[in-house]
Design a protein around this ligand. Structure first.
Ligand SMILES: *[C@@H]1O[C@H](CO)[C@@H](O)[C@H](O)[C@H]1NC(C)=O
Length: 624
């Protein structure tokens, strides 16, 4: 064993310096140079040390730099975009909560970027109207809490993949462009926007628009008065009616007006707006609580904790202080999502604990805390390949995930030799348990509509992961029924997703993706491997049988893959259906249809297997 580790260390030492091109390291150092005060906050950014896993805020996937998460570092100065352009794998940039100011940097030169987070800075001035035209991959735009002004660029409409748009708490003015995308998260609240809210944005709800005094129409309570429009049409009549002289006069008029306005602006800066901005800022103050601001620092939570004021709370901050004096190797929990409340390591220690099981990557416990919240704590021992800062950045990214079919982690605890992951406890337990565990009691609920609902939910969760982690080789990687939790109404929630880049190379084989034929026969996992795993789950749900694939030695359970292939080739598919479902004869055809989808997912040649997208499409098409 020791010899194996030693070998891996040697391989890592030999390979790492060559894996990253020297020019990327240099580019990052140039970027650092462009900041004015990075000496302490980016002290880990030093030459001759590989950025991946060593430099704070540099996120890598397989030794390729994919993200820069430079939040909360007090940085200011310039952002050297030309340096960033030398990092071709870069997809995510976060400068959340720093002190950058001045006009919008030319991020639009980074054509492949998927997410830009600039929340909580001092950027100001208008965003060029064509800014988004070159950014076709962009999915997440967080520009909230800055001082951007001018119109919201229409070019946002060119972003086919846009999912999250946050422009709240700025000084944007003019009308809101009518955005055609279906966004999962959107706000333009607390700006100086005006006019009627475009019809296709109405569904986002009033909170997305409040704090804009001149905005009207649904979903706000303020009905639109007559003050919009007419001028445009009239102008055009003039032009066609009076010929070239009138055009010239108009052009002169416009120029004169522009010159006049710009002079006026210079001389009396923003005089006209002073009243609006004063009242705005009071609105701003009230509503800041409602605005979802990503990335919260630890300190904020410990503040919250002590605010609770019970002796309980005091004890917590005490224990935190005590532990942090021990050289930081044994810090408190770090909350990454506080929607279920805030707690500390002390609360976990005092909780009634129960062993839930031992999965491939570590063991899991249930902890019922005194505040009524029950959580699952997973101990991961095979996750020490990345440094604390990178780990923290990843966990915070997980903590921001909001999807009905994804289990968002609440907190983590970092120690070099092991990590703890804390998620909410679901009383129903995992799909594995509900299907094969103590079936006597809850069995009646597992009728066909419920099972289809579960499959659809899993597909939606996968769809989310395949968008969110689309550049990962295995966006889930450990997809199996024991990693799918069920809510009270049988809504499935995926867990243990997207761990692949975090797990030690020596331990990846304990992930379920590595137990499939993709790896055992072809020695190669890919995004299609998750599809295979999804297929196993579908078959597990329809047959009600425990797949032998889940046992590493193949003993116990039924080889669902072989069974399904045989039954289909011999045209006796009906035998596969769980006997418990068979009395629902009206739905038999649907069950067989889902069975076919499952079978397409376990096609043994990954090349011929359907893609995740196709699998999701076919599942979504199914009616109950
Ligand atoms: C913002 O960053 C500073 C450090 O530069 C930190 O002290 C502060 O807590 C951060 N604020 C939030 C809301 O995270």
């Amino acid at each position: 064993m020791a010899a194996v580790h030693f070998l891996i260390i040697i391989i890592i030492i030999i390979l790492i310096p060559f894996a990253l091109s020297a020019s990327e390291t240099e580019s990052l150092l140039r970027l650092k140079q462009s900041f004015t005060n990075a000496d302490t906050s980016l002290s880990s950014w030093i030459p001759n040390v590989s950025p991946c896993g060593n430099w704070i805020g540099v996120v890598c996937f397989k030794n390729i730099i994919t993200g820069l998460h430079l939040s909360d570092l007090g940085l200011s100065g310039k952002i050297d975009i030309d340096a960033l352009m030398q990092i071709p794998g870069l997809r995510t940039i976060s400068f959340v909560n720093n002190s950058f100011s001045g006009p919008m940097p030319e991020f639009n030169k980074l054509g492949a970027i998927k997410a830009i987070y600039l929340t909580d800075n001092q950027f100001s001035g208008p965003i060029p109207l064509e800014f988004f035209s070159q950014l076709g991959s962009l999915k997440k735009v967080w520009f909230s809490n800055n001082k951007f002004s001018g119109n919201i660029p229409d070019s946002l409409n060119e972003l086919d993949f846009l999912k999250e748009l946050h422009l709240e708490n700025n000084e944007f003015s003019g009308k809101i462009p009518s955005l055609k995308q279906q966004l999962t998260s959107f706000s333009v609240s607390n700006n100086k926007l005006e006019g009627m809210i475009p019809e296709n944005l109405v569904s986002y709800g009033a909170n997305s628009f409040t704090g804009n005094e001149k905005l009207c129409g649904k979903p706000l309570d303020r009905a639109c008065e007559y003050y919009t429009l007419p001028t445009e049409g009239e102008g055009r009549v003039y032009l066609t009616g009076f010929g070239i002289k009138v055009i010239l006069i108009l052009v002169f008029g416009v120029i004169a007006a522009l010159v006049f306005l710009s002079l006026k602006n210079k001389n009396q800066p923003k005089h006209d707006f002073s009243i609006i901005s004063r009242s705005n800022s009071s609105i701003h103050g009230d509503q800041v609580v409602q605005v979802h601001v990503p990335s919260s620092k630890n300190s904020k939570f410990s503040e919250n904790k002590s605010k609770k004021g019970s002796s309980h709370g005091e004890h917590k901050s005490e224990s935190k202080r005590a532990s942090s004096t021990r050289g930081g190797s044994m810090g408190d929990l770090v909350m990454v999502n506080d929607e279920k409340g805030v707690f500390g390591l002390g609360d976990l220690m005092k909780a009634a604990a129960e062993v839930l099981g031992n999965g491939g990557l570590g063991s899991a416990y249930k902890a019922a805390m005194a505040n009524g919240l029950s959580v699952v704590v997973k101990r991961m021992r095979e996750m020490n390949k990345i440094g604390r800062d990178v780990f923290d950045a990843e966990m915070r990214q997980f903590g921001r995930i909001k999807h009905p079919n994804i289990l968002t982690p609440l907190a983590y605890h970092y120690r070099r030799e092991e990590k703890l992951f804390v998620t909410e406890y679901m009383p129903k337990g995992s799909l594995l348990y509900v299907l094969h565990g103590d079936r006597g009691t809850c069995h009646a609920d597992l009728n066909w509509p419920t099972r289809l609902k579960i499959v659809k939910g899993i597909a939606r969760g996968c769809g989310f992961l395949y968008t969110e982690f689309s550049n990962y080789e295995l966006p889930h990687g450990n997809l199996k029924s024991s990693n799918i939790m069920l809510s009270d109404d049988y809504e499935p929630l995926l867990s243990e997703y997207a761990f692949y880049p975090l797990i030690n190379p020596s331990a990846v084989q304990s992930m379920f993706a590595y137990k499939t034929s993709d790896y055992t026969e072809y020695q190669k996992v890919s995004q299609k491997t998750d599809v295979y795993c999804l297929g196993i789950i579908i078959l597990e749900i329809i047959t009600g049988k425990f797949p032998s694939q889940y046992h590493s030695n193949g003993k116990g359970g039924i080889d669902v893959v072989q069974w399904v292939f045989n039954a289909i080739s011999e045209r006796r598919e009906e035998e596969l259906i769980d006997p418990e479902l068979k009395n629902d004869t009206n739905s038999l055809n649907k069950m067989l249809q889902l069975l076919q989808i499952g079978a397409a997912c376990i096609e043994s040649n990954p090349e011929q297997r359907i893609t995740m997208k196709e699998a999701i499409r076919r599942i979504e098409e199914m009616q109950v």
